[in-house]
Design a protein around this ligand. Structure first.
Ligand code: ADP
Length: 396
């Protein structure tokens, strides 16, 4: 069974076509600069195909995606009918969606209704859904939400200590993101540790451009570091994470900027980029730190210190910890950051083997044999989770 996975952003659209009999990727690609000019990067076993093509909107972009999949030279299918379903990444499901769903008119309206909570993400996700419906009207479409995995959090974890009326009126609370990634790596961890998920207390660390940690107790999310929006929690590439909320008003008054400008500052010019003034990319930061750039050193220190602090917090919240899982761009590749984070956690029983920690590209337990708390590195695969959920829903 072939399933197409779509991740539609405002000016980009990522896709993967998966053969679910072997869970292998037949083709994947990226359409960039939608609404500007348009560029396609399409990859298959046969190689990479790059083309500048007009992409005035998501409808035209989806037509290009389907043409590429059907193309005589770099295509992988002979007919659109081979695509049995489409799985869409949808960022925010609010409190409405606790699991993936088959998209109906009512579901579309409900996704629209929670768009207030993710004004930059949900509208383009919906545009992607509509573009697929336009080109494949009889193919089932499934929505997979970044927030759904975290809907198991108890109220003590998701309530903010603000007037309860604001929660009731506007649904202001912690939702959490990266749910597909946290779910995937926590399930892989149970397999690697050869123990039932129900018996495990895990902290999954998704360290990419966006950064979030999740406390997974007995296979379910009981707490996570991102909040109502992806701005809360750890220091990220360009996002500030936790700060004193009073800082926002203070900056607005001192710098004479609007609420919107303050939001942009905290989302786009903060995090490790803000501290270092160098880059949001950890490879650039490491290179600058090596050359003695003190702000780059400080950015890396702040990043690792906060991640370690959150791991400790979640160990306390779960009253135990069996394993820490690192995933995503930084988590999978940056051995130095992993080492730095783990150096805070030796008293918990973390003991990383430096040689194993140096390996890359595979799921691995990098701990020494007797370490009480295991440290695992697991490459994430959000597209596979979306395709699996889509397949499951189709089977119902
Ligand atoms: P996204 O959240 O956009 O999916 P990724 O998970 O791809 O992000 O992570 C991107 C980040 O991973 C980059 O900004 C970079 O900081 C980091 N990264 C990628 N490769 C390496 C590497 N080899 N060493 C250190 N950091 C890396």
């Amino acid at each position: 069974m072939y399933i197409l996975v779509i991740n539609a952003g405002s000016s980009s659209l990522k896709y993967q076509l998966l053969d679910m009999s072997s869970e292998s990727v037949l083709a994947k690609g990226l359409c960039e600069r939608i609404g500007i000019d348009g560029r396609l990067i399409h990859e298959t076993d046969k190689g990479k195909h790059v083309a500048d093509l007009p992409m005035p909107d998501h409808g035209a972009t989806m037509a290009i995606v389907l043409d590429s999949l059907l193309d005589a030279e770099h295509g992988v299918i002979a007919s659109k009918d081979e695509i049995k379903a489409v799985g869409h990444r949808v960022v925010h499901g609010g409190e409405t969606f606790t699991a993936s769903v088959l998209i109906t008119d009512e579901v579309e309206a409900a996704i629209e209704a929670v768009s207030d909570l993710a004004p930059l993400h949900n509208p383009p996700n919906l545009t992607g859904i509509r573009a697929c419906k336009q080109h494949m009207p009889s193919v089932p479409q499934v929505a997979v939400f970044d927030t759904a995995f975290h809907q198991t959090m108890p109220a003590k974890a998701y309530l903010y200590a603000i007037d309860y009326v604001l929660y009731q009126k506007h649904k202001i609370r912690k939702y959490g993101f990266h749910g597909t990634s946290h779910k995937y790596v926590s399930e892989c961890a149970a397999e690697i540790l050869k123990r039932p998920a129900a018996d495990l207390k895990l902290v999954t660390c998704h360290l990419g451009n966006g950064v979030s940690l999740c406390a997974v107790d007995g296979g379910i999310s009981v707490d996570t570091s991102m909040g109502m929006t992806p701005l809360e929690g750890l220091a990220m590439g360009t996002r500030c994470g936790d700060i004193d909320p009073a800082v926002v008003q203070f900056i607005m008054e001192k710098e004479g900027i609007s609420a919107q400008e303050a939001g942009s500052l905290l989302n786009k010019n903060s995090g490790v980029l803000g501290i270092s003034g160098v880059s949001s990319d950890f490879r650039d930061l490491a290179a600058a730190a090596d050359k003695g750039n003190e702000r780059a050193v400080a950015a890396l220190e702040v990043f690792a210190y906060r991640v370690a602090g959150y791991i400790g917090r979640y160990a306390a919240c779960m009253n135990g910890l069996d394993a820490i899982i690192f995933t995503a761009g930084i988590g999978e590749n940056d051995t130095m950051i992993r080492e730095k984070i783990c150096s805070y956690l030796t008293w918990f029983g973390v003991d990383v083997d430096p040689e194993l920690n140096g390996k890359r590209g595979q799921a691995l337990d990098v701990s020494k044999p007797n370490a009480k708390v295991r440290v695992l590195v697991i490459p994430t695969n959000e597209e596979l989770v979306i395709a699996r959920d889509t397949k499951t829903i189709l089977g119902k």
